[in-house]
Design a protein around this ligand. Structure first.
Ligand code: HEC
Ligand code: HEC
Length: 245
């Protein structure tokens, strides 16, 4: 669990902070429990997870595929979660670097992995509008294990991924930007994304101009990207969708 931590302190990648406080929710939605309550919940959950991971023997036989985990994280989780190593900047859900920084400092990478696996299976569904909630089982089986292992490896770490992980994500073309920022919520066949929180964009009838407005302003469950993405990036994504749908 320490292979990629070697350059951990050299370089801090800039990630825009969520606009609405630590969790990125508008103030009226900040209904999460106090820090202390939360860490008790975290510890209780961690214990349960550790026990069930041990019981199933999961993780002993074959090594998780971290490259697959990172690829899937970017496409299926990144639009809702900041995690610097993956280069994702979503603010619908909690910033996973913040959420797990304490556990990282305490050397609890396996716990982060276990909590993430549990979260993938049993996300809470308390937010309104319901479209903001994290869907259950976005990734399953070995894919879920790989994503959790990747989060367990890098959440809360500064710096950049190394080795084969360094080559995954990070592109600044329309398709890469779409995968990182939009794919967790939208189907677009050309990008291979399968999110079902928002409409299937292969079916969208909007013209490029209307799409640019939608991306910049968001609304009805979609976050606004003005401020997160540059005008050029927004235009590039809209033109990309228009070209491939
Ligand atoms: C549509 C948005 C959305 C997507 C997509 C999404 N999440 Fe979440 N996630 C949330 C929200 C909202 C919460 C906070 C509510 C809760 O705990 O269920 C959350 C909570 C979490 C937490 C708990 C963090 C903490 O502070 O305890 C983890 C871990 C997490 N998500 C990981 C993932 C992973 C891994 C994926 C991809 C497989 C993913 N999420 C996809 C919205 C999303
Ligand atoms: C957290 C989930 C989420 C993310 C992330 C997200 N969207 Fe959306 N998107 C939605 C929802 C929900 C709607 C429907 C809004 C409505 O009905 O007014 C929507 C609507 C749209 C529409 C309008 C489709 C139509 O034909 O009406 C476009 C275009 C769109 N999104 C593009 C994007 C792009 C591009 C990105 C990334 C830069 C993105 N979305 C990121 C959830 C999301």
């Amino acid at each position: 669990m320490s292979a990629v931590g070697d350059d951990g302190h050299k370089q801090m990648k800039h990630v825009p902070q969520p606009p609405h406080g630590r969790l990125g929710f508008p103030p009226q939605m900040q209904t999460r429990p106090s820090k202390q309550l939360k860490s008790i919940k975290f510890l209780a959950l961690a214990t349960v997870v550790a026990a069930s991971v041990a019981a199933s023997g999961c993780g002993n036989d074959s090594k998780p595929d971290l490259a697959n985990g990172k690829t899937l994280f970017i496409e299926k989780c990144g639009a809702c979660h900041v995690m610097a190593r993956a280069g994702t900047v979503g603010t619908i859900g909690p910033d996973l670097d913040d959420a797990f920084r304490r556990a990282r400092i305490d050397g609890m990478g396996d716990t982060i992995e276990g909590v993430t696996l549990e979260q993938i299976k049993f996300p809470s569904q308390k937010l309104t509008p319901a479209s903001l909630n994290m869907p259950a089982d976005i990734v399953e089986g070995m894919d879920a294990r790989d994503v959790a292992a990747y989060v367990g490896l890098v959440a809360g770490l500064p710096g950049k991924d190394t080795g084969e992980l360094a080559d995954i994500g990070g592109g600044d073309d329309g398709m890469s930007l779409f995968k990182t920022n939009c794919g967790s919520c939208h189907v677009l066949a050309d990008a291979g994304t399968a999110g079902t929180v928002g409409p299937n964009l292969d079916m969208s009838k909007l013209d490029v101009k209307a799409m640019i407005a939608q991306i910049a302003n968001g609304g009805n469950g979609m976050p606004a990207f003005e401020g997160t993405l540059s005008e050029d990036q927004i235009k590039m994504i809209a033109e990309y969708i228009d070209e491939v749908r």
